[in-house]
Design a binder for this molecule. Structure first.
Ligand code: PLP
Length: 483
């Protein structure tokens, strides 16, 4: 018997590692045949989650039994890692990133101060500089930090903008964005101490892009009324439709009106790796700060976000802080302390899980995968547009295609009947469990989304998805009653 069970010996580590690895490989191999939505009923889900709430025992158990339990828990879920996941943006999670993460967690290097683990800090910094300079086109000297996701990136960007432009007097600080921007932007502003009434929603055009002339007029009026406009937030790919705001116009406006420009590229940012994405996202490089989510466009595991900024000194000025207990671990040359650029101190070195796959597969592999998603979305748009019962109101800038049942006429009542029919249509599509779609509200109408971001989604699954959607749509009219 090992007297120190928390420190397994070599044989035990190897046996346990084999068990885990085999299960993960089995699960990964099974992904194409796994149900795309939670296969358990609401009652079964409630029973399972209730049993999983049990506290840990005093005496330890058996790994195989516990792994079986983990599998049961993992199966009770939307299969966000599988090829049929077309519902929400994030989530495929690459195997090689998981391997990197296992290594990372096992060596457990400290991520708050670069002098504690300069090697891993440099690996992380290489990923950040690549994102800032190669992907986003920010100049030399740009940098940033990896965060848990887009929400915390937006938070730190807002705090940096606020500190840079308002100092300590927040009362009249005013932010400009649209109703189509991700809700994390307004949340970040509120968390950063901006009054709710000073988070202005700029109107958008019929193509769902920010009306930059309206933004300019609002900024002028607010300034004349004694407010202090300081931050303009645009979307480089909205969550609902992947629509890109007119970035060069926003950059121009921010420069003329002297506002900080933050661009939310949590979804769209990595499409800059492709030729089409680079063209559609022109202007991104003019931002002061940019959110990206490697756990979306780089297929990383959840918990991998990024904030890149033109001038890292602005981040440091807003987040700086230290204690006497850290006096032995000052900064390492040109590699910044992430603990002084963001809200967190102790955290894992997130860059490792991106560094290994980027170097192992090469950037072209990611570029090709994203190009494939753009092709698939174009194909989905073309096929759905030919189905007479459907309305496909927006051509995709990125990889989200939205559609809904076409109303029988232009009346409000017909629109409501069509919304009901769209709702039933989504239930019937998802009931096949081969794909998972989600819905949203666009132009006041219930609208379904096909969102293609997983590295595991290829033409075969998209063809199947289109067959299912076509079959379930045939004969649907918004005037039909229930099923
Ligand atoms: C996902 C998303 C966010 C939020 O990012 P999290 O990583 O979920 O915190 C912000 N903006 C856009 C456009 C997104 O798609």
């Amino acid at each position: 018997m090992n007297p120190f069970p928390l420190e397994p010996d070599r044989t035990a580590m190897s046996d346990m590692g084999d068990l885990v690895l085999r299960r993960v490989i089995d699960r990964t191999e099974r992904l194409p045949s796994r149900p795309a939505t939670n296969p358990l009923s609401a009652e079964e889900t409630a029973d399972l989650t209730a049993s999983l709430l049990a506290p840990p025992p005093a005496k330890g158990g058996d790994l195989e039994t516990l792994l079986a339990r983990l599998d049961e828990a993992a199966d009770c879920a939307l299969e966000s890692a599988g090829p049929g996941h077309l519902a929400y943006i994030p989530g495929s999670g690459m195997f090689t990133a998981a391997l990197a993460e296992f290594y990372n967690r096992a060596v457990n290097r400290y991520g708050g101060q670069s002098a504690v683990a300069p090697g891993f800090a440099a690996l992380e910094e290489s990923v950040i500089r690549w994102i800032a300079r190669e992907v986003c086109g920010l100049p030399d000297g740009s940098g940033g930090l990896l965060t848990s996701g887009g929400s915390l990136a937006a938070f730190s960007a807002t705090v940096a903008a606020r500190h840079d432009r308002l100092g300590e007097d927040l009362a009249t600080g005013t932010v400009y964005t649209t109703a189509l921007t991700h809700h994390s932007v307004a949340k970040a502003a509120r968390l950063a101490g901006i009054r709710g009434a000073h988070i202005r929603l700029v109107p958008h055009t019929r193509e769902l892009r920010m009306d930059h002339d309206a933004a300019a007029a609002m900024i002028r009026a607010d300034r004349a009324a004694g407010l202090r406009p300081f931050l303009l937030v645009g979307s480089a790919g909205t969550t609902d439709t992947g629509t890109i705001d007119p970035l060069p116009h926003l950059a121009d406006l921010a420069r003329r009106a002297d506002l900080w420009l933050h661009l939310d590229a949590a979804y769209g940012g990595f499409f800059r790796l492709t030729a089409r994405g680079r063209e559609r996202l022109a202007g991104l490089e003019q931002a002061d700060s940019i959110t990206l989510d490697p756990h979306k466009g780089l297929f990383m595991p959840f918990g991998t976000g990024a904030l890149v900024v033109r001038d890292p000194a602005t981040l440091r000025a807003a987040h700086d802080g230290t204690g006497a207990y850290l006096q032995d671990v000052g900064p390492t040359g040109s590699i910044p302390d992430s603990g002084q650029l963001g809200a967190e101190l102790t955290h894992e070195i997130r860059g490792v899980r991106a560094w290994l796959p980027l170097h192992l597969h090469g950037v072209d592999a990611f570029r090709d995968a994203l190009d494939e998603k753009l092709d698939l979305a174009r194909h989905v748009h073309a096929v759905l547009s030919r189905i007479p019962e459907l309305e496909v109101p927006h051509r995709p800038d990125l990889t989200t295609v939205v559609f809904r049942v076409r109303p029988s006429d232009g009346s409000r009542a017909a629109a409501e009947r069509a919304d009901e029919a769209s709702r039933r249509l989504m239930d019937r599509i998802n009931a096949h469990r081969r794909i998972a779609l989600s819905s949203t509200v666009i132009d006041g109408r219930y609208t379904l989304r096909v969102c293609i971001v997983s590295h595991r989604t290829h033409l075969d699954r998209i063809t199947e998805a289109l067959d299912i959607i076509s079959a379930e749509t045939t004969g649907v009219t918004s005037d039909a009653g229930g099923d």
